[in-house]
Design a binder for this molecule. Structure first.
Ligand code: ADP
Ligand code: MG
Length: 277
């Protein structure tokens, strides 16, 4: 459903005019319903790759290659076609959920505004639907949360709200950029589990960006390892774990910042290490 071919991103320094190539000709494909992890160190180009898909690369940047979503090349599509694709087919879940919500509006408004027109016509119905959305992401005290302003809620709760909002728009492709990095480990596990569950329920495709190899292995069907703006290998979590092709991937495996305890959803890589030892 998503096909990225030879993606090159070049940015221009607005002061000096100097051009820097940030992404060096990356290609990958994503099947319907598949989750692909983009994994790599900070600065390896993960977020920039998502920005290219969303069409929000820095001003003055040049993107070449192809980014096709269900056959439409987003790099050559017309403004109107693009606007439609971005509004209807893509949903971004970013690291900081506060960025996704208007700070002066209650959660209720965020959820209702994200719904398609037909459903939000009648205010009462829309509110019932909003409460239902919250229940779907494991939030039970829906009245309180609907009435709350973003700053009154914890990051974990708010990220669930963002996931609920993303799903309600019925997108084709979820783009998640370090969606749990700002959360503590326990909340992280819960939010990842919800994201994973909802994605599967709705049959959505997802590109999941993280510096955390374990987390990516837990939720993704395949992993693409990024280094300095380049995808250096792509494989299933098992392939990456058992036969990493590059030194860089081996180092990433060895230098994982946090080892998840057995039983944690992200303990996949660690558990095999134990088994092999
Ligand atoms: N707004 C920007 N303008 C120019 N270069 C940028 C900008 N944002 C990030 N970069 C550069 O692009 C590269 C990739 O960054 P990014 O995609 O954010 O990395 P990651 O998400 O993997 O941590 C880095 O070298 C970074 O310095
Ligand atoms: Mg990033």
């Amino acid at each position: 459903m998503l096909r990225i071919n030879n993606l090159v991103l070049t940015v221009t320094d607005p002061d000096t005019g100097q051009q820097t190539e940030i992404l060096h000709g990356n290609s990958f494909e994503l099947a319907q319903g598949e989750a692909l992890g983009l994994v790599g160190e900070s600065g390896s180009g993960k977020s920039m790759t998502l920005k290219c898909v969303l069409g929000i690369e820095p001003p003055g940047a040049r993107v070449t290659g192809a980014i096709e979503l269900d056959g439409t090349d987003m790099l050559t599509a017309s403004g109107e076609a693009l606007r439609k694709i971005r509004a209807n087919d893509l949903a971004l879940i970013a690291q900081n959920p506060h960025g996704a919500l208007n700070p002066v509006l209650p959660v209720e408004r965020f959820l209702i505004e994200g719904m398609s027109d037909a459903r939000s016509k009648d205010k009462k119905t829309a509110r019932v639907l909003a409460a239902d959305l919250l229940r779907q992401v494991g939030i039970d005290d829906t009245e309180r949360v609907l009435r709350s302003y973003p700053h009154q809620l914890s990051g974990g709760l708010l990220q669930r709200v963002v996931i609920a909002g993303a799903i309600s728009g019925d997108p084709k492709l979820l783009l998640a950029d370090e969606p749990t990095t700002a959360l503590d480990v326990t909340t992280q596990a819960e939010v990842v589990a919800i994201l994973d569950e909802k994605r599967r329920e709705h049959g959505l495709s997802m590109v999941f960006v993280t510096h955390d190899l374990d987390l990516a292995a837990a939720v993704c069907d395949r992993l693409a390892v990024m280094k300095d703006g380049e995808i250096v290998e792509i494989g299933t979590p098992e392939e990456i774990r058992d036969h990493p092709e590059t030194e860089y991937t081996r180092n990433l495996m060895a230098a994982r910042p946090m080892l998840y305890p057995k039983g944690h959803p992200a303990a996949f890589l660690s558990e095999n290490k134990e088994a092999q030892a």
